[in-house]
Design a binder for this molecule. Structure first.
Ligand code: GDP
Ligand code: FO1
Length: 339
């Protein structure tokens, strides 16, 4: 079931737009953006969560984006497919295999076909483009890189591969630091660079994804970060923290563990030098005074499709009212050097 694009045209439709996204939280806003923009949207997705499991290449955030935009996602979990069956998992359990990472029967098709095509030499980017076409997705969903980047989490229980930390250990260990193996040497793919250098680009929206686990891996790829900074269009970020809490997942817990106050001010500070505007939730009215860039205060909690479209429209309008700060690349370098 593909999701139809909004019919009414506005100024947004004259330009192209990029969203930077992780999994569940990012996909919610991406869906709103896709409903407004259709094929004028490119979603660049984190692949630091990717891993090899049961001989398969699993790419969770990319799949979450694709299933969400295709209208196929499991609405309860936000990942995996709706109306899923679990015969494969039962068979694995019966044989004493690992069951901590749940692969549904229909979802399995994605992993098997992707693994097979990657082994035959196809790129992850090409596979995603083909999957999007087959699922009837007008927007472009592209992985941040075709090179291998793996998020690892240093915790009080040792260094864990990302999915060991997130799914197997349920984010319980205390986080000391987060690293992105391979990011320094990874290159953004040609479609990523083309989307960010598009002369028709209107703006870049950093989705309300987990900044530490989902957005930092993208920005850790030097060529990608530089392309965002050099884009010359407004960059905005949407808060994943509302009233001191994450809507879902470990963002607030990780912030406390890293010595940060879990609030919108800290999130905006994390993106200092990168963003030209910040979207915070109406629950956090008052905090805008402590945020060093122009702010938009709106409802950011996306329960329904209408919420997603409304927030997306607000983000695009906000971006259109902003100008990219000149010298952003230099300011960002200075902020990082000083932090
Ligand atoms: P993951 O990779 O599946 O963990 O997903 P993301 O990193 O893309 O998103 C996780 C973040 O999304 C969490 O920190 C949530 O607080 C945030 N989030 C989820 N739903 C919403 C929402 O409706 N509104 C806002 N503002 N943030 C959300
Ligand atoms: N998340 C879970 O909490 N438990 C699972 O068993 C699980 C399986 C799974 C299978 C395929 C897939 O694409 C995603 C899956 N996720 C699961 C989601 C997941 O890995 C995380 O939410 C992300 O990596 C964080 O973005």
């Amino acid at each position: 079931m593909s999701v139809p694009v909004e019919r009414t045209k506005s100024g947004f439709h004259q330009r192209r737009w990029v969203a930077l996204s992780g999994g569940v939280g990012g996909a919610k806003l991406s869906l709103g953006l896709a409903r407004i923009l259709g094929d004028r949207l490119t979603v660049i997705v984190n692949t630091g969560d990717d891993f090899e499991h049961l001989g398969l290449h699993i790419s969770p955030d990319v799949d979450t984006a694709i299933y969400t935009l295709a209208g196929l996602v499991n609405p309860e979990t936000g990942w995996g497919r709706r109306d899923e069956t679990w015969t494969f998992m039962s068979a694995i359990a019966q044989l004493g295999g690992p069951t901590w990472f749940k692969l549904g029967d229909a979802d399995l098709g994605m992993h098997v076909e992707r693994t097979h095509r990657l082994r035959a030499g196809e790129s992850l980017t090409a596979f995603c483009a083909d999957a999007c076409r087959r699922f009837g997705i007008a927007a472009c969903v592209i992985p941040m890189s075709d090179d291998r980047v793996r998020t690892v989490v240093d915790t009080d229980r040792g260094t864990l591969a990302f999915q060991e930390y997130f799914v197997r250990e349920q984010c319980q260990p205390t986080v000391r630091s987060i690293r992105f193996h391979g990011a320094e040497g990874a290159r953004p793919s040609a479609p990523v660079l083309a989307a960010l250098a598009d002369p028709e680009l209107g703006g870049i929206v950093v989705c309300p994804s987990n900044p530490f686990l989902s957005i930092d891996p993208l920005l850790a790829i030097p060529g990608l970060r530089d392309a965002v900074l050099a884009s010359g269009v407004p960059v905005i970020a949407v808060t994943p923290i509302i009233a001191g809490r994450a809507v879902k997942g470990p963002a607030a817990k990780i912030m406390r563990e890293l010595g940060l106050e879990p609030d919108a001010v800290s999130i905006s500070g994390h993106y200092r030098g990168l963003i030209d505007g910040f979207v915070l939730d109406a629950c956090d009215t008052g905090q805008e005074r402590q945020i060093g860039v122009p702010t938009l205060v709106v409802n950011t909690l996306m329960r329904t499709l209408d919420d997603k479209i409304e927030l997306a429209r607000a983000c695009l309008g906000f971006c259109e009212r902003l100008v990219a700060r000149p010298g952003r690349a230099q300011a960002h370098a200075r902020a990082k050097a000083g932090s």
